[in-house]
Design a protein around this ligand. Structure first.
Ligand SMILES: Nc1ncnc2c1ncn2[C@@H]1O[C@H](COP(=O)(O)OP(=O)(O)OP(=O)(O)O)[C@@H](O)[C@H]1O
Ligand SMILES: [Mg+2]
Length: 207
């Protein structure tokens, strides 16, 4: 009986997440390429202003796709400043592997075209490589004031963030309207500690 109740609660959370995802994706789809780039430039400057970014030996970042705020200039800037930058490779089991970014020629569109992903060409270092990051930059569709994040629905970043130590800065990159009152959360969901928004800049969450 307890399992039945738990399953019903889990599917209700999944349904609420899907509804919120639908609304947020529709809002993102209305943005122009120029707006995505402008948001990306402001997010880059916000993230680079973090003391954790200045001190970071290793940064786990990601290459934006689709309607996400653009992250290429942030990835490039982190690398140029001398951080060791890791980018994710999506595995078949929805976990993330990690390989180093070594400049603009060190990435390519994924050969199978999956999700239009751009991934690093360097050798993968394994899913645990994220545990060595001093700063983790994660995508999100929304984050609430507990740090609970809504992603694209693969659970990839829940798996990855579970390997990150409690004192590491984890930053989700949002558009301005995406810091919301409440994100539906399940036991597997992993919070982030900081959000960055184009106009509001960086907000640290009390975790
Ligand atoms: N550590 C895990 N082990 C097994 N399954 C997991 C784990 N984390 C998440 N999942 C599964 O992944 C699915 C999607 O999770 P969720 O809706 O939270 O994705 P998301 O956080 O929006 O996506 P992402 O992290 O990829 O941006 C869920 O069915 C969940 O059970
Ligand atoms: Mg999740």
């Amino acid at each position: 009986m307890r399992d039945v109740t738990q399953n019903a609660a889990a599917s209700e959370v999944a349904r609420q997440k899907a509804a919120l995802r639908g609304r947020l994706c529709a809002a993102r789809a209305a943005l122009s390429a120029a707006e995505r780039s402008a948001a990306g430039r402001r997010l880059r400057d916000a993230v680079l202003s973090l003391p954790e970014a200045g001190m970071a030996g290793t940064v786990a970042a990601y290459f934006s796709i689709g309607t996400e705020p653009a992250t290429r200039s942030l990835v490039y800037a982190l690398w140029k400043r001398g951080s060791y930058v890791l980018l994710p490779l999506l595995r078949a089991d929805n976990d993330l592997d990690w390989a180093s970014y070594e400049g603009p020629d060190s990435v390519r569109s994924r050969p199978d075209g999956r999700h239009e992903l751009v991934e690093p060409l360097e050798p993968p270092r394994g899913p645990d490589a994220i545990a060595r990051a001093d700063l983790v930059i994660a995508p999100a569709l929304a984050v609430d004031n507990r740090g609970m994040r809504l992603g694209m629905g693969g659970g990839c970043y829940d798996r990855a963030l579970a390997r990150v130590g409690p004192l590491v800065a984890t930053v989700a990159l949002l558009y301005d309207g995406e810091f919301v009152d409440a994100v539906p959360a399940a036991p597997h969901d992993q919070p982030v500690r900081i959000v960055a928004r184009p106009s509001a800049g960086v907000t640290r969450l009390p975790l």
